[in-house]
Design a protein around this ligand. Structure first.
Ligand code: DC
Length: 239
């Protein structure tokens, strides 16, 4: 008999542009669970520093900002709306400037330490899919299913270019360069670098479309969580 009250966590890590957020939204919608976009949390901190004119080296001001920051998500059809201090920032955090600032912000230990409890809290008492760089290694090392989604840099750059809200000032070459720089920064930082958890399953999405990746993850989900019925995933949402 399936346990209808059991919550479960799926983590999905990997480099920028591998398709993590698109796939996570679809899986969350299909399994009727929460989607926690931890990258959007770093982007929100970046947005707030810019809005408040805080220099990233001003530790006391940054601490104050982190103490008061409120980040929340709201599912709206295919979209995952992001609110930072009650401002809707969904599109504002997806610019090349925010790509760079979020990457810099995510390398600051103070910021990582402040966001970690918020990330864990967001999935408290519910089933969720968490997308990030350290979701399976640091945020939820006990997750029942860990995916590491990768793709060639050229495929990732093409997808990232398509995602940008404002494409006037960028092209494939500049996106590829920026991605390579962010991959290097994400993988080499001292705290919680991007790396595949030992117990994660690698999916290379270079030659797969979104539906093919989703199918693979759903098959793994039902394999890993055999006590959760198909019925539960279409009726229950605990938070
Ligand atoms: O996934 P994204 O591009 O929205 O992430 C924005 C930045 O935050 C990116 O430079 C990687 C970083 N990040 C991180 O360090 N740890 C996470 N769990 C999620 C994102």
């Amino acid at each position: 008999m399936a346990n209808r009250n059991r919550n479960f966590i799926i983590t999905i890590d990997g480099p920028s542009g591998a398709g993590k957020s698109t796939i996570s939204k679809k899986i969350a919608s299909r399994l009727n669970i929460s989607y926690i976009d931890t990258g959007a949390m770093y982007r929100s901190v970046a947005w707030a520093t810019l809005k408040q004119g805080i220099d990233l080296s001003a530790t006391a001001e940054l601490e104050q900002l982190l103490k008061n920051i409120k980040i929340r998500f709201q599912a709206a059809g295919e979209k995952n709306l992001v609110f930072c201090n009650e401002h809707e920032v969904t599109d504002a955090i997806r610019t090349p400037q925010m790509d760079q600032l979020a990457s810099a912000v995510s390398g600051i230990p103070l910021v990582r330490d402040a966001l970690l409890p918020l990330q864990r809290d967001a999935a408290k008492d519910c089933s969720a899919i968490i997308d990030g760089r350290d979701a399976g290694t640091v945020i939820f090392p006990e997750a029942g299913l860990k995916i590491y989604l990768d793709a060639d840099i050229s495929a990732r750059a093409r997808r990232r270019l398509k995602d940008q809200a404002d494409t006037a000032s960028i092209n494939l070459q500049s996106v590829t360069k920026a991605l390579a720089e962010r991959d290097a920064a994400d993988s080499s930082r001292a705290q919680a670098p991007l790396r595949m958890a030992d117990d994660a399953i690698l999916i290379d999405s270079t030659k797969l479309n979104i539906d093919e990746v989703c199918e693979k993850i759903l098959a793994l989900f039902f394999e890993h969580f055999q006590d959760i019925s198909h019925e539960q995933t279409t009726t229950d949402k605990n938070c």
